[in-house]
Design a binder for this molecule. Structure first.
Ligand code: GLV
Ligand code: GLV
Length: 326
């Protein structure tokens, strides 16, 4: 009993993960709906062998100091890891786990739902009906751009970007992509995807979907200048991380017709304050960071995060480890 590893799990995740952890570890589980406040988090991780964190928990030097010398693993319940100072973990020899792969298609589905819904104005139409405004069939009522046959620009052509491209193929779209570098032909050819510099991609795309990691390079990648390169009829979709978009510039662009509409799964900050200008705009659709939110996928993420946590506390290689910075 005494040598069971001690772990802190910072929110209730599906049983697919919790049961495996409970079998092996002394688990301290944060059971409330809201994340642990910072001081509580730092107190709870003290002396732990492993921690299972969410994207709402910041893991930095302060956190690692609070956890102390026994900490052997940080397992993040997400594919993204911008909440974690991976370099600080690496300096202390602590591996960081994430949950890539299992959420790729579920996230691409949601990106596609946002794209379709923003283009065809589903939230506006729903609000219109419920407000009792539907009086007759209207030749000019709630027109929105065609998705089929349009051009999509995918920014970040990793797993999720490619899964979005697969969906776009079914809609007969022309597929453009941008990434830090042009990808090998055998990756892009099945999609008929064409590499373009960001400026050309934004200028040519009817739909732009963001699938980059958040880093110092991608922070505010979409800003007043890059928005001005887009078509006035274009739709922007963001399922990556809120800070990839300069939100104030986006609100101006949507208000002034620089672009036509946006569909957001992520905002900066989260939750988005109710007095943020985007909240008042009819051509901005916002959902609360739910891209991976299917029961099946959240279950797989839980199993994967648990496997990383358990490997870490045993001192074994993590099944899916975030590569330490070079
Ligand atoms: C969610 O945004 C994730 O990174 O898994
Ligand atoms: C995330 O899974 C990505 O590489 O797009």
């Amino acid at each position: 009993m005494a040598d069971r590893p001690r772990v802190f799990v910072s929110r209730v995740i599906p049983d697919d993960g919790l049961e495996a952890i409970r079998e092996v570890c002394e688990m301290d589980l944060w059971e409330r709906d809201l994340p642990p406040p910072r001081d509580e988090l730092l107190r709870r991780v003290a002396g732990c062998d492993g921690v299972l964190t969410l994207l709402t928990d910041r893991v930095d030097d302060e956190f690692l100091d609070a956890a102390g010398k026994k900490l052997r693993v940080v397992s993040n319940y997400a594919v993204g890891f911008d909440n974690i100072d991976v370099a600080a973990c690496a300096r202390r020899g602590i591996p960081v786990g994430n949950t890539p792969g299992v959420l790729t298609d579920t996230t691409a589905d949601l990106a596609w739902a946002l794209l379709m819904a923003a283009a065809r104005r589903l939230p506006e139409g729903d609000r219109y009906v419920r407000a009792g405004n539907w009086k007759t069939w209207g030749p000019l009522l709630l027109l929105g751009p065609d998705v089929h046959g349009a051009t999509i620009g995918i920014v970040g052509f990793g797993r999720i970007g490619q899964a979005v491209a697969r969906r776009a193929q079914g809609f007969g779209m022309e597929i453009l992509y941008h990434d830090v570098q042009e990808l090998p032909r055998d990756v892009t050819e099945p999609f008929g995807a064409t590499f373009l510099p960001l400026e050309d991609l934004l200028a040519r795309s009817d739909f732009v979907s963001l699938h980059v990691n958040l880093s110092e390079v991608t922070r505010h990648l979409i800003n007043a200048e890059t928005l001005s390169w887009m078509k006035p009829t274009a739709v922007l979709v963001n399922t990556s991380r809120g800070p990839v978009v300069d939100q104030r510039a986006l609100a101006d662009a949507l208000r002034n017709g620089v672009i036509w509409a946006a569909g957001l799964d992520v905002t900066d900050p989260e939750p988005i304050p109710m007095d943020d200008p985007l909240v008042g705009l009819d051509n901005c659709l916002i959902v609360p960071h739910i891209a991976s939110a299917s029961p099946a996928t959240r279950g797989k993420m839980a199993a994967m995060a648990a496997a990383n946590l358990l490997a870490g506390v045993r001192g074994e290689p993590l099944p899916t480890q975030v590569p330490p910075p070079a």
